[in-house]
Design a protein around this ligand. Structure first.
Ligand code: HMG
Ligand code: MG
Length: 322
């Protein structure tokens, strides 16, 4: 491997899920102004791909209502790509009108979850998506394919690795530029994630794959290691570990972005993300939502910053009293 290749291999791209996958499953709903500030702060910390919202039924996911107004108010930066989740033609039309840089279509390996989530079977979802991908691509909008339940389905049980590989291939054939492999309910361990990845990588190059691990059982970070070892360099994560999927009972948020950045920097890999700024954003959004910060790295950095602030605020023993 020459040096240029080495450098490229060390660069990891994070796709920030907090404003969408995160907020969609929080009990408190943030105002438009708060959502906007969250996205601006995330972009300011160096994240270049941010999933901003979802054009789904507001009756199903009220937290994502007003995504159109949100897109309208976003500060557009050349370096930042804003994505939107889209379930159908109505959602695609809204995403086009909102000038989304990227859309994410979503289906799963299992019918049980797909029916609960979007009301149709997996096969029906692929039929629905085919013209949507063509339409988006003809307008120069990139299409990401989310593939859920790659380890197990909350309704149908464990998923076979070969099923994941076949489904990922079909999404790629539809014209998706990237497939995000979702352990939707966060039950995987490296013991189940590695064979799943091996099966998919048999059909699809690592450069077209992303991993999307929910952290329900605390395995999210561990599960990233087999993905990194196999050359996958796109990781979905959520600031402060926000969220989950409202149609996957018991699932918690994605692996926290702060944890992912800390791990990657510790491995000598680059992300382009300023960890202190990201952690401050995680603390800020947790306070806005009135919930504990779900990132351990975020909590540790916040505690350090507080200790430093308290020390700086204390009068110095050399300062003379007046
Ligand atoms: P439906 O009820 O079957 O749709 O929902 P419908 O076509 O019969 O329409 C019913 C109503 O919904 C109508 O309104 C439509 O206008 C409206 P009404 O006449 O009753 O007032 N509607 C819409 N409104 C806004 N935007 C739209 C839209 N489409 C219809 N795009 C539908 C079907 C797919 C819309 C619904 O089931 C839905 O919105 N599901 C989305 C569920 C969702 O957002 N789940 C979470 C995201 S997926 C996830 O988190 C997993 C992921 O992170 C990966 C992983 O972790 O594995 C991606
Ligand atoms: Mg998810």
């Amino acid at each position: 491997m020459n040096r240029a290749q080495e450098n490229r291999d060390d660069k990891v791209s994070l796709v920030e899920m907090g404003p969408r996958d995160g907020l969609q499953n929080e009990a408190a709903t943030l105002s438009l102004v708060q959502r906007l500030e969250l996205i601006a702060r995330l972009a300011e910390s160096g994240l270049q791909r941010i999933e901003v919202g979802a054009f789904v039924s507001p009756k199903k996911v009220p937290q994502m209502a007003d995504s159109a107004a949100l897109f309208d108010a976003l500060p557009r930066k050349v370096a930042t790509r804003y994505g939107a989740l889209v379930p159908n033609l109505q959602g695609l039309q809204a995403a086009i009108a909102a000038r989304a840089d990227e859309i994410g279509l979503f289906t799963a390996c299992s019918d049980g979850f797909t029916r609960a989530n979007i009301g149709i079977s997996v096969e029906e979802s692929l039929v629905r998506f085919a013209p949507l991908v063509q339409e988006a691509r003809s307008l120069g909008i990139k299409v990401r394919g989310y593939l859920s339940t790659v380890i197990a389905c909350p309704f149908d049980g464990p998923t076979r690795p070969k099923r994941v590989a076949a489904m990922a291939e079909r999404l790629l054939d539809l014209g998706c530029h990237e497939i995000s492999l979702g352990d939707t309910i966060g039950v995987g361990t490296p013991g189940t994630v590695a064979p799943m990845l091996d099966a998919v990588l048999h059909e699809i190059p690592a450069g077209r794959l992303a991993v999307h691990f929910h952290d329900t059982y605390g395995q999210g970070l561990a599960n990233l290691l087999p993905a990194l070892e196999r050359g996958i360099r796109t990781i979905d994560s959520s600031v402060a570990g926000l969220g989950g999927c409202p149609y996957a009972p018991g699932a918690s948020g994605n692996v926290a972005s702060e944890e992912v950045v800390y791990l990657l920097h510790g491995l000598g890999m680059s992300t382009g993300v300023d960890l202190d700024k990201l952690a401050a954003t995680g603390q800020w959004v947790s306070e806005q939502l009135g919930r504990p910060n779900g990132s351990r790295v975020g909590r540790a950095l916040h505690a350090n910053a507080e200790r430093l602030r308290t020390r700086l605020c204390q009068p110095s023993p050399h300062s003379s009293p007046h």
